[in-house]
Design a protein around this ligand. Structure first.
Ligand code: GLC
Length: 560
């Protein structure tokens, strides 16, 4: 790649675009996204102005959880293509200046993985079973070994047919948890990492990075009768954020650092305590962690500012950069969430239970949020389709595929609404996603959000993202990892910060126009409408403070 690899490590402020491969672009017209489709859109991605892509699991898998149930970590699922196509894709991305991050799923394999198939065949107590968590059931084998619950709902144990033993799965029954006390499991995963690093992959997102180690003896959590969903929030949790997990990541970091250039890791770590979260990114551990404080925050000035400050404080305390994301494939899209009266992300609930959605409002807020996010120091993540302003789609019950929907017997909607194939063209059988048809139904009118519809339209979401990403590359204050300086705003519903040299970002969370309390030239506004020199309702602006305009200054900001 063209840039100087010895300068600041690229991952410290990289813009990372999440490719949900089955819904990105379909190259072979079977209705499912694939590597061929992705390769055909590398130009789109590099023109967008991102630095790297993170590709969700593309490995061989029975696809009970969209590929997070891997049956061969060294093979590409045939529906996505072949290993040689993967190699070509990596080469083409590198040639276009894009890094490639894959998703590694170390907490569990698929139940179709040869090691689990062998473990099932082997007898209780045999070495083959030591790769997983097999235990004798209680009540003579009739009840699960403990009271743990699956993150997707229901017991975290499934009984082996014709036996008293059960196996542990913190997710779906098709995703048995690996036993990370096993040295063989550890060696196997380091070998998998090497396999992909040798192929040129630049890093990994670590799926459920906090869950690998379990407390000795697998003690009960003491759930009340009738509990259905795993509670992940308790201190000293027996299957979350155990201290022993860090040893694994120290070893992985050594492995990644042995490459030239060094490879990187980003942890998926749903940890609510900032100090506990920071442990994952200590200097000898993982490079970055996804930022779930920011992703969960309500769209309000106080909540966003707290999320920003606590995220920066947590990672800065160990010298790591912060990351930012507004959505991903596991949560509602930002337009949908921000279109509600309550804009927080409420775990375990989705769909209409959360109240009506005003998508127009959600889009205005999401545009402002895009400018806020891309102005922050560190590394922002963009979930595919967020740059088009897509909202969650309503998936008819018969078409839903998420194991959350299935395991809950239809009580929880699951995540399919955020995973609908992208619209590339305004019409056509699948709006240019492929030739015809898409594995999840695209709603009527999907084409109005298509890349084709937005390309070249200065008022579009896509052009807002493109312009913001272009500026982020060229403005000396943007990118990087230096701090933000907050300033007093004229009103409680306005947030205002500057970054040096000469950059300001002002966000109006309220429904009425607000004065822009800084002298500067508007570089970019989330809302192009003219509000008489005022900041649009639900809008944000970027300002070049070194080039003040003749615009009247409304109020002097006082640095806090
Ligand atoms: C992570 C993934 C999610 C998956 C789960 C189990 O949270 O992001 O999609 O269902 O892990 O692997």
């Amino acid at each position: 790649m063209g840039d100087d690899m010895t300068a600041t490590p690229w991952w410290q402020d990289a813009v990372i675009y999440q490719v949900y491969i089955q819904s990105f672009a379909d190259g072979d017209a079977d209705g499912i996204g694939d590597i061929a489709g992705l390769r055909s859109r590398v130009g789109y991605l590099s023109a967008l102005g991102i630095d790297a892509i993170w590709i969700t699991p593309w490995y061989r898998s029975p696809l009970h959880d969209a590929g997070y149930d891997v049956s061969d970590y060294r093979a590409i699922h045939p529906r996505y293509g072949t290993l040689s196509e993967a190699r070509e894709l990596i080469r083409e991305c590198h040639a276009a200046g894009l890094r490639v991050i894959l998703d590694i799923v170390p907490n569990h394999t698929s139940s179709a993985h040869p090691s689990f198939v062998e473990a099932l065949r082997a007898s209780p107590g045999s070495p083959a079973r030591s790769w997983y968590h097999f235990r004798a059931g209680r009540d003579g084998g009739d009840s699960p070994p403990n009271d743990w619950l699956s993150v997707f709902g229901g017991s975290a144990w499934t009984r082996v047919q014709d036996e008293d033993e059960w196996y542990l799965h913190l997710f779906d029954a098709s995703q048995p948890d690996l036993n990370w006390d096993s040295q063989e499991v550890r060696a196997e995963f380091e070998d998998i990492l090497r396999f992909w690093f040798d192929l040129g992959v630049d890093g990994f997102r670590i799926d459920v990075a906090t869950a690998l180690m379990k407390a000795p003896g697998l003690p009960d959590l003491g759930y009340p009768d009738g509990a259905f969903l795993a509670d992940l929030t308790r201190p000293n949790h027996p299957h979350r954020d155990r201290d022993e997990v860090h040893e694994i990541y120290r070893s992985w970091r050594k492995l990644a650092d042995s490459y030239d250039p060094p490879r990187m890791f980003v942890a998926e770590a749903w940890v609510d305590d900032a100090d506990r979260l920071s442990r994952y990114v200590r200097p000898d551990e993982l490079n970055t962690t996804l930022n779930l404080f920011y992703l969960k925050s309500a769209w309000s000035p106080a909540s966003m500012r707290t999320a920003i400050d606590s995220s920066i404080a947590a990672t800065a305390s160990v010298g790591a950069p912060t990351t930012w994301s507004l959505s991903n494939h596991d949560v509602e899209r930002v337009v949908t969430r921000y279109g509600r009266a309550d804009t927080r992300r409420i775990p375990g609930v989705s769909g209409p239970e959360l109240g009506p959605v005003d998508e127009r409002l959600g889009r205005r807020r999401a545009r402002a949020a895009a400018l806020l996010t891309l102005a922050l120091p560190g590394s922002p993540y963009i979930y595919q389709g967020d740059e088009l302003g897509l909202a969650d789609a309503q998936i008819p019950p018969a078409a839903r595929q998420d194991p959350i929907w299935i395991r809950s017997g239809g009580r929880r909607w699951g995540r399919d609404g955020a995973r609908v194939p992208l619209p590339w063209t305004t019409d056509g059988g699948s709006y240019g996603f492929g030739d015809d048809g898409a594995w999840l139904p695209q709603p009527a009118g999907w084409g109005s959000h298509a890349v084709e519809a937005q390309d070249g339209d200065d008022t579009s979401f896509l052009e807002l993202y493109r312009q913001a990403l272009r500026l982020r590359r060229t403005h000396p204050a943007l990118g990087g990892t230096n701090a933000v300086t907050w300033h007093d705003a004229p009103r409680d519903d306005v947030l205002l910060f500057t970054r040096s040299p000469g950059f300001g970002c002002v966000v109006n969370f309220g429904p009425v126009p607000a004065p822009i309390p800084l002298d500067g030239q508007v570089l970019l506004a989330s809302d192009g409408a003219d509000f008489d020199g005022l900041l649009a309702p639900f809008g944000a602006v970027w300002l070049d403070l070194d080039h003040a305009t003749a615009r009247t200054r409304h109020e002097e900001p006082g640095a806090r």
